[in-house]
Design a protein around this ligand. Structure first.
Ligand code: ADP
Ligand code: ASP
Ligand code: MG
Length: 408
């Protein structure tokens, strides 16, 4: 008998019919004898709807109240799914994050899980009940409701699987696995039978929202076997493998991730002297604004320019800070652009193959797509381009690296 944690995302519990279908699936697994903990998201669109309500009241809601508000979405689905299971004779009980005691830090809207109290859950499991736990939410040490960031139910599921030492964590969603790229953008995208944990981490961090990055981090840290599957049809899905067993057999590129979440800032005409980059970026860091890609140009006439990207939501704050730094440094100007996108090629095979970057740049050039910034890691090459060419770029790269062919 195994202990399985199953997570169902928003579309998978998006209507009463869908909730009934999930109940059917869970009850069937339970009937086979496995112990099951189910984690659910809010019905699709609900979290956005709730955020819209807050927005209609104020531009500056406190993060504490946002968390009280958005956590209600998951409270609805745990109750409905538990009713649907009980109706089928499958004993089930719903639990909020606070009831399970998913203890987090107090960073509202982006809290991190610190500890999970499994005693109560184990007692329920011993009595043969299915546990239905609200994803995305926890509680801080003072008893305030917290949430884990958008897409956070994935992280709840993996963290619960780790705490319970589950045999597998299954993420059921509206696609039947992890694809070479978002199948909604490239029709010929191919499902991967498996992907290494390291690659999945890069894919998630570069924008593939099929798994929240923290869920992947948890799976790696606690060695949780993780699989992405469809809640609509049966199939093997994609296994996130913890070991890179035979690097010779790895494809050079496993996938392409992209995001439209960033904006670019450039400060021009700054002195080309030691300490300037730190004077520019330190106040940005102190304001808790994450900087992603950074480039500094070669100096011309003793001055240079520095360009970096931040999350689009942070653009206005970053621009304000940069404008005052520009005054202090007597810089020529500050220019910003929020119409950018980042496309990343990810693959552990890159380590042992030369020429990936040039192949990537050639493919983009053939489609007349200008590269604004480039950044690399051992297993990733990412470029910043004009947002309007994003889909074209993803398709061009998918075909240039022959990702539709069966190599996995
Ligand atoms: P859920 O509500 O189940 O958590 P999400 O919308 O968060 O689902 O994630 C699933 C979506 O992720 C898919 O519908 C797909 O459009 C998108 N996606 C992005 N990149 C990929 C990829 N490489 N493979 C599969 N899906 C991807
Ligand atoms: N309901 C939350 C969201 O929409 C969490 C999740 O779906 O994982 O972001
Ligand atoms: Mg999700």
């Amino acid at each position: 008998m195994s202990l399985i944690v199953q997570k169902y995302g928003g579309t998978s519990v998006g209507s009463i019919e869908r909730i009934e279908a999930v109940a059917e699936k869970v009850a069937a697994c339970r009937a086979l004898g496995d112990d099951i903990v189910v984690v659910v998201s809010a019905m699709s669109g609900e979290t956005n709807r709730l955020l819209g309500l807050a927005d209609a009241i104020t531009d500056t809601p406190t993060p504490r109240e946002i968390d009280v508000l958005v956590s209600t979405g998951e409270q609805v689905t745990i109750a409905l799914l538990s009713m649907a299971l009980n109706k089928r004779g499958c004993a089930a009980r719903s639990y909020t994050g606070a009831q399970v005691k998913i203890l987090t830090d107090d960073s509202h809207t982006k809290a991190r899980i610190e500890e999970i109290n499994v005693e109560g859950m184990q007692a329920d499991l011993q009595q043969g009940r299915v546990l239905v736990v609200a994803g995305f939410q926890g509680v801080d040490s003072a008893g305030n409701i917290t949430t884990l960031g958008r897409g956070g139910s994935d992280t709840s599921a993996v963290a619960l699987a780790a705490a319970l030492a589950a045999d597998e964590c299954q993420i059921y969603t509206d696609v039947d696995g992890v694809y070479t790229t978002d199948p909604r953008v490239v029709e010929g995208a191919r499902r991967l039978k498996q992907i290494t944990f390291e690659e999945m981490l890069e894919m998630s961090s570069q924008g593939s929202k099929v798994l929240q990055i923290r869920a992947v981090e948890f799976a790696g840290k606690y060695k949780v076997p993780l699989r992405v599957l469809s809640s609509f049809e049966d199939g093997p899905g994609t296994l996130i493998t913890l070991e890179d067993d035979d690097s010779m057999e790895n494809p050079i590129i496993s996938g392409i991730a992209f995001n439209r979440d960033e904006a670019k800032l450039t400060i021009q005409g700054i002195p080309d002297t030691p300490g300037v980059a730190s004077r520019i970026l330190a106040p940005i860091g102190e304001a808790n604004i994450e900087v992603d890609v950074i480039i500094q140009n070669v100096s011309e006439d003793g001055t240079t320019s520095l360009t970096f990207t931040v999350h689009r939501n942070d653009l206005n704050r970053a621009r304000g800070l940069l404008e005052s730094i520009a005054m202090e440094l007597n810089a020529r100007s500050v220019v910003t652009d929020d119409q950018i996108a980042k496309v990343s090629l990810v693959g552990v095979g890159m380590r042992s193959h030369a020429g990936v970057a040039s192949r990537m740049f050639t493919a983009l050039a053939e489609h007349n797509i200008n590269i604004q910034m480039i950044t690399t890691s051992e297993i990733k090459i990412a470029v910043v381009i004009d947002e309007k060419y994003l889909e074209l770029a993803v398709r061009a790269l998918h075909s240039a690296f022959e990702l539709e062919k069966d190599a996995n």
